[in-house]
Design a protein around this ligand. Structure first.
Ligand SMILES: [Zn+2]
Length: 421
């Protein structure tokens, strides 16, 4: 399935708090979960929208109209409606639409289970008055989308759900991100701040190595394992796996129409090299797949580019480069502080010479020219661009800015000549 986009719907909001119990309002946690998910999908370069990002009231009609307005009514759109349950049960469940199969729902619950939550069931629900229709409007009025309602736990659970929701809601949201990536063939990269992994039922060294982009050998080395047998609940250190995105690589997200040959040509490398680095057994690519590209003269990575490594925070990267967090965020169009391992960040250049800029989501020639105070025409000329359309991840040369750090004296300015005046 070529995915067009993901819509995340934080259930309830505004005058509708949803389920309320134990000082916990459903609408607050559905928003927290949804915003986390939104940031993560953004970081993974997946087109994503939220039906609300504040505590506002949405009628069912307004909600589903919004869903339809973002990416349309195709089955290539995944809609995730986030909810908490009530009624005194325990654990998570997923309700999927009558038109869909259970594959995505099953994956979602499998991943949430890995984070320690009890799993109830995935199921469909029919409208009693008209059983050919879905019970929930979210399914009914998103008529072709792949829509799931995820209930993460019970706000009135007699067991441990309340504590689990408060403590683990980000882990559950991340679990859904993993499941969706797996389902829609999106390359999943764990967030930079997850340093430890707890072994779950069904895991093997091989599956864990795959998940963290490393090898069984490396995992065993770091964790001093003498056997391949894992115990459920065992914690593995995945902190020191620097190879997740080695320094010498860029992470590239495959666009519609890309072939390995095109990418190799664009980045001055060979199809063979790309296949080797990425363990590809054939030349087939899927949209949104992420692949490593070796840095070289052409990609020209100099000190104005930074690739996020495991454990990095924006604060660390800013400190390391002698700049501020807001400078990095502005230059890279970042709306949140969440980073993804392998993400390529532009770092403000201290020099006035030509530099390289990696095109970020939301960029166009105008915004880039503005950031560096250069002329659009000069960027076009220097890069021999035949079109104004830019691709995310594209490397652009930025001409040395003559205005950088230079103040042009205007009429009426007074010029101080040291202490002599
Ligand atoms: Zn609800």
């Amino acid at each position: 399935m070529a995915l067009k986009g993901i819509v995340i719907d934080p259930g309830h909001g505004g005058t509708d708090p949803g389920a309320v119990s134990n000082n916990l309002k459903e609408k607050d946690y559905t928003l927290l979960i949804s915003k986390y998910m939104y940031d993560r999908f953004k970081a993974l370069n997946v087109p994503v929208k939220l039906t609300r990002d504040t505590d506002v009231t949405l009628s069912p009609k307004e909600r589903t109209s919004k869903v339809q307005s973002f990416f349309g009514n195709g089955k290539d759109v995944i809609v995730i409606s986030n909810h908490l349950n009530a009624g005194g049960g325990d654990g998570a469940e997923v309700i999927y639409a009558l038109r869909n199969n259970s594959n995505l729902s099953k994956k979602v619950l499998d991943e949430i289970e890995k984070e320690g939550q009890n799993i109830r069931k995935y199921y469909q629900l029919r409208l009693p008055s008209n059983p050919i229709k879905d019970y929930y409007f979210m399914h009914r009025d998103t008529p072709n989308n792949e829509t799931i309602i995820v209930e993460y736990g019970f706000v009135d659970s007699p067991k441990d759900d309340v504590e689990q929701i408060k403590k683990n809601y980000e882990k559950y949201a991340e679990a859904v991100v993993r499941a969706v990536c797996n389902y829609a063939n999106i390359k999943y990269v764990a967030p930079a701040n997850s340093n430890y992994y707890t072994v779950k039922k069904g895991d093997s060294l091989w599956s864990i190595a795959n998940q963290f982009g490393t090898t069984v050998k490396k995992l065993k080395e770091i964790n001093k394992l003498s056997t391949n047998v894992l115990k459920v609940g065992q914690t593995l250190n995945v902190t020191d796996i620097d190879e997740v995105v080695p320094d010498e690589y860029l992470l590239y997200t495959v666009k519609k129409g890309d072939s390995l040959w095109d990418i190799a040509k664009e980045y001055n490398t060979t199809v063979e090299t790309l296949k080797n680095i990425n363990n590809l057994s054939n030349s087939n690519l899927t949209i949104n797949q992420q692949i490593f590209i070796p840095k070289n003269e052409k990609t020209g990575i100099k000190n104005n580019i930074y690739i996020v490594k495991k454990g990095d925070t924006l604060f660390d990267i800013a400190a390391l480069n002698g700049i501020t967090v807001s400078e990095i965020k502005e230059l890279n169009n970042l709306k949140s502080d969440i980073l993804q391992i392998g993400q390529v960040l532009n770092i403000p250049s201290k020099s006035t010479g030509e530099i390289n800029y990696i095109v970020q989501k939301g960029d166009n020639l105008y915004t880039i020219a503005n950031k560096y105070d250069v002329k659009i025409d000069d960027i076009i000329k220097l890069n021999k661009l035949s079109t104004n359309t830019l691709q995310i991840g594209q490397v652009l040369k930025i001409p040395g800015s003559t205005n950088y750090n230079t103040y042009v004296v205007k009429k009426g300015d007074r010029i101080f000549m040291g202490n002599n005046e």
